[in-house]
Design a protein around this ligand. Sequence first.
Ligand SMILES: Nc1ncnc2c1ncn2[C@@H]1O[C@H](COP(=O)(O)OP(=O)(O)OP(=O)(O)O)[C@@H](O)[C@H]1O
Ligand SMILES: [Mg+2]
Length: 224
Amino acid sequence: MSILDVRNIYKIYGKDNSKVIALNGISLKVNSGEVVAIMGPSGCGKSTLLNILGCIDAPTQGESYIDGTQVNFKKLNNLSEIRNKKVSFIFQNFALIKDLSVLENIILPLKFRGISYKERVNKAKKYLKELEIENFKNKNIRELSGGQQQRVSIARALTQESEIILADEPTGALDEINSIKIMEVLKELNKKYNKTIIVVTHDNLVASFCDRILKMKDGCWDNN
Ligand SMILES: Nc1ncnc2c1ncn2[C@@H]1O[C@H](COP(=O)(O)OP(=O)(O)OP(=O)(O)O)[C@@H](O)[C@H]1O
Ligand SMILES: [Mg+2]
């Protein structure tokens, strides 16, 4: 059974002259344990699709099933429950809280899962080390470079240990060596724990780590 299954999804912004069709009847099924790359030109709808898959945005039309259960986009409780339990995000713009430290950012989502402070810090340790950011765990986000911030946002997503990881340009601010490192960490999580991973990327090297590469164009799949 597919862990992610979206059917005939439309996302339309604005009205009349300013109408933008970000997603134009797109469908996608992803099996549990798959690593999928989504590629395509800027503005083709990649982030919009990822946000709908991860229940942080609702489609204008269409259905979504996670683990066989239909997502009720009208019920905020349902959406936050799914996000808390099943999905973690690596955002294109990092989405870190600038006034908090590296460690505080990483463990914040776990607080909403009712995990004790001690256990939160314990879980974070492994990924601080793996992403080589433990030396600045007490620094403020403002003091970090773009690439360092990106690694913090990845560590935050991994520390949640969710079944599904949705990554929007996870290596956009990184050099080749660090990009490979990130993909190796993601692949290891996939192999060890059967995580399902979707990576939006412009980088062929990143895509080459994935089981399946999908191309988008103008809110649809580009089958050419
Ligand atoms: N909140 C919004 N309001 C209006 N239009 C939007 C909004 N968010 C996205 N769009 C539009 O929807 C289309 C798809 O945007 P999206 O962010 O999904 O593209 P993308 O493929 O992720 O691009 P990039 O590679 O540059 O990140 C674009 O034309 C964009 O301008
Ligand atoms: Mg995007």
